[in-house]
Design a protein around this ligand. Structure first.
Ligand code: PMP
Ligand code: GLN
Length: 380
């Protein structure tokens, strides 16, 4: 034991915990968010080829230039905002490293950072590691909408940053254009930075449009975007992603990035640089996952869970209040051990671990797995 743990109250992440429990009890694993189908063999072959072509030494610090150009083009085509590939994009070891690096580069002792809970688990501990203070705003089921007056009320002279995440993990909700305009207004008025976690940018349903911060000029000027190839290309284990931000912010980001990893996997970057040239590889993802969501919801018809269809991400919230009054953690553990299905209890992402009796399932699974899962869940 060391004397002064920097994170004395942080347990092992719920994702590690539930995946381990699923393995120990031989349960279907719909907990941690990853697909159980393969990464595209054509993409795997590109990575393999890059290794054969000798891209096995350090990549440029900010990442392969060809890949940064592809990302710049993708963002410009989708959101009509130009990020200079030379100075405004860095390739990272997944979104997690990008988030860590952004916070390390910008948050100092005493700075306040507003997050919306339920929040992805890495935001708060990382802010705390650098002496920042989390100011949580609790979103409430079933719709998890943001009350911007509440946000305005929580902003103080110490607020340095707001972290947003749309499409939202775990609720599967989206920020709308109006939300983004409210955010832009507050960020400008209060001179705030924005960390926009857009890892589910290409998984968005029912014809909705992803409202990236890059679509809003004044917001883009004060925002970092984080993205994850793992989520988009079915290979979360590769841990590849990127950060896009205006030059003055990217300069600070890279000062830290060079000492966190210096650079990330070269052959994977080369593989993605070629793969991204075909926009269908990401533009078809929403349809692909919408079919999965609809298939799962169809199978769940008549179940005792209350369900509001997810609008984005590959997660679906299930309200079990009519099934049990156990805590969500007890319920999820019982499901894993007794019913052989692992899910995520979502209270762990809430302010004060508030329990709304919601578990999260990941539907990035084969139809066979979804059918098996629905069969178990419907019997509850
Ligand atoms: N943010 C959110 C909201 C996530 O769900 C995840 C999980 N993929 C991450 C960040 C981290 O992404 P990566 O696996 O690329 O580090
Ligand atoms: N993003 C994934 C999820 O929400 C998990 C990533 C991780 O295991 N850290 O389930």
């Amino acid at each position: 034991m060391i004397k002064n743990s920097k994170l004395p109250n942080i347990p092992t992440s719920i994702f590690a915990k539930m995946s381990k429990m699923a393995a120990n009890h031989n349960a279907l694993n719909l907990s941690q968010g990853f697909p159980n189908f393969p990464s595209d063999p054509a993409l795997n072959a590109l990575v393999d080829q890059a290794m054969r072509d000798g891209f096995n030494q350090y990549a440029p610090m900010a990442g392969d230039f060809e890949l940064r150009m592809e990302i710049s083009e993708k963002i410009e085509n989708l959101h009509n905002h130009f990020y200079n590939p030379d100075t405004e994009i860095t390739i990272t070891a997944g979104a997690t490293q990008a988030i860590y690096t952004i916070i390390a580069a910008t948050i100092s002792k005493g700075d306040e950072v507003i997050i919306f809970t339920p929040a992805y688990d890495c935001y708060a501990p990382t802010v705390e590691l650098f002496g920042g203070k989390i100011v949580p705003i609790q979103l409430k089921p079933p719709f998890y909408g943001v009350d911007w007056q509440e946000v305005a009320d929580k902003i103080s002279s110490k607020t340095k940053m707001i972290i947003i995440n749309s499409p939202h993990n775990p609720s599967g909700t989206l920020l709308t254009k109006d939300d983004m305009l409210e955010l832009q207004d507050l960020a400008e008025k209060n001179d705030l930075l924005v960390l926009s976690d857009e890892v589910y940018e290409h998984i968005i349903f029912d014809g909705n449009i992803h409202q990236s911060v890059s679509r809003f000029k004044a917001l883009a000027e004060r925002s970092f975007i984080t993205a994850s190839f793992g989520k988009t290309f079915h290979n979360t284990g590769w841990k590849m992603g990127y950060c896009a931000a205006p030059k003055y912010l990217m300069k600070e980001f890279q000062k830290v990035h060079q000492f966190v990893v210096f650079c990330v996997n070269y052959p994977f970057q080369k593989g993605f640089a070629t793969y991204l040239k075909d926009a269908n590889h990401y533009l078809k993802l929403s349809d692909f996952y919408q079919q999965k969501r609809d298939f799962f919801l169809h199978l769940m018809k008549g179940s005792n869970f209350k369900i509001i269809p997810s609008k984005g991400t590959y997660f679906q919230m299930l309200d079990f209040s009519e099934i049990s009054n156990e805590s969500d953690i007890t319920f999820a553990e019982r499901l894993t051990k007794a019913h052989k299905i692992a899910t995520i209890p979502t209270s762990v992402f809430n302010e004060g671990k508030r329990d709304f009796k919601q578990i999260r399932v990941c539907f990035a699974k084969t139809d066979e797995t979804l059918a098996e899962a629905a069969k178990i869940l419907k019997e509850l």
